[in-house]
Write a protein that binds this ligand. Sequence first.
Ligand SMILES: [Zn+2]
Length: 128
Amino acid sequence: MTSEMVVVKRSEIGLGLFAKADIPKGTRIVPYTGERIRKDDVEKHKGRYLFTLNNKWTIDGKSKTNLARYANHSCRPNAKSITTIKAIWIIAQRKIRAGEEITYNYGKAYFDEFIKPNGCKCVKCKPV
Ligand SMILES: [Zn+2]
């Protein structure tokens, strides 16, 4: 899977999202897309790919067409997620060079539930 800016490839921890060319700081890289779920129905949609859009809607990004789901967590990321009225975007937090893996911080709630139990394997946390 690929877009103009990114490609999904094997990373050190499963699949990851990689820059195909240099990406300037502030660029909207990929939107976080998926089925929109009403707040009241979120409990029924368990999983790792739920992303809160606002106080009414959550996006279930589990579809493989959602390129943003391949961006791995890092405690020292080069991108971040921003939420606009209608969408969630992964944007470059600094200049990202061609070939670099794109990562963002998933936030404390996700980290504590899904990452902490197995230990974080990001560049900052993994033992050298
Ligand atoms: Zn980490």
